[in-house]
Design a protein around this ligand. Structure first.
Ligand SMILES: Cc1cc2nc3c(=O)[nH]c(=O)nc-3n(C[C@H](O)[C@H](O)[C@H](O)COP(=O)(O)O)c2cc1C
Length: 315
């Protein structure tokens, strides 16, 4: 039995690509696995070169990375999963959570949850035709958590490596309360199986030491996304114990990210865009620095951006 749950870094499309993952690991670490942002598929396997680059072994050296696929086409999933396996990976993750307006109408991501029979047939094929372990990241329903029992009955039929539940429905997007009770419902339902359950959604406080609660229920793992963007290193690394912000380390992290993005992205604008997106999450941890964040938002060049965040970190 472990004292603490495993800690997984959530996939955040547009943010947690390999450059981010490598830098996060270098400056903070303590992550048991990084799940990649979703990769799309076509009949030949993985859709885009850029997506393939994100999972190339040389870009993920020293990290425990799990590639994520988003598709409703079993043939495409199987081809892509075999490719992923040939790169040396032992687990692939299926995205059943994306709530985007461009994804849901196509019956993918959380849109797949609206079609449980089709989902069941899809899972039947991929689990019988793939050797690589398959984990699932799912919402608790599309419209309502009342859909969860049906979904769990489907998942239970397969040797799911890990079931990550983002405790919201698809149509909640990323807002509103998480349904914590749904986690404990799933926990009880899965007791009779070998499927480990991972808690996801709005974890912002250090939950080490909560590996087991007073009634003896053990939490296998916790997946965290925005919490780590807002307060990097707040959990997972013993050396950085406590949920405080180490400004100096965050400064070095941001500078290193900027430097690495400048090496691979073309021109200032995409680098500026990436860093501003990160700052939109980090901002919450510097509530007293509102005026400086306005400068970050308005920055038109990297020089202006650097000077604004230099002022924050020098405080
Ligand atoms: C900007 C953004 C991009 C995301 N991209 C993905 C993705 O590619 N795949 C996925 O499964 N979930 C994605 N998610 C959902 C997160 O992985 C996570 O489930 C959600 O943010 C709740 O966890 P958190 O409160 O710890 O961030 C994304 C969320 C955000 C905010």
């Amino acid at each position: 039995m472990r004292d603490n749950p495993y800690i997984y870094f959530a996939p955040l499309e547009g943010i947690t690509g390999y450059i981010f993952r490598r830098n996060y690991d270098r400056f903070f670490g303590g992550i048991d696995a990084y799940y990649t942002p979703f990769l799309t598929t076509r009949d030949g396997g993985i859709m885009k070169k850029k997506e393939l680059r994100d999972i190339l072994p040389e870009n993920n050296r020293g990290l425990h990375t799990v590639p994520q696929l988003m598709t409703k086409n079993a043939d495409e999933f199987i081809t892509a999963a075999k490719h992923i396996e040939s790169l040396g990976y032992r687990e692939v993750n299926l995205n059943l959570g994306c709530p985007s307006k461009t994804v849901v109408p196509k019956g993918k991501g959380s849109g797949f949850l609206k079609h449980p029979d089709e989902l069941d047939r899809f899972l039947d094929r991929i689990f019988s035709e793939c050797d690589i372990d398959i984990s699932i990241k799912s919402r608790i329903g599309f419209h309502s958590p009342d859909e969860l029992p049906v979904l769990l009955n489907i998942y239970k039929r397969y040797p799911v490596k890990l079931l990550i539940l983002h405790l919201r429905t698809g149509d909640q997007l990323y807002k509103g309360e998480v349904y914590r009770d749904a986690f404990w419902y799933a926990y009880e339902e899965l007791r009779s199986t070998n499927i480990p359950l991972c808690y996801n959604g709005d974890v912002r406080v250090d939950c080490r030491g909560y590996g087991e609660d007073e009634s003896g229920r053990e939490i296998h793992s916790v997946m965290i996304g925005r919490g780590f963007l807002a307060n990097p290193g707040f959990m997972g690394n013993e050396a950085l114990k406590g949920s405080y912000m180490d400004r100096e380390r965050v400064h070095e992290f941001v500078m290193s990210l900027q430097n690495d993005y400048e090496q691979v992205l073309y021109g200032e604008t995409p680098v500026l865009f990436k860093l501003k997106e990160l700052w939109s999450h980090l901002a919450g941890s510097f509530p007293e620095d509102g005026a400086l964040f306005k400068r970050i938002k308005k920055a038109k060049t990297l020089k202006q951006l650097e000077s604004a965040y230099g002022d924050i970190f020098e405080k």
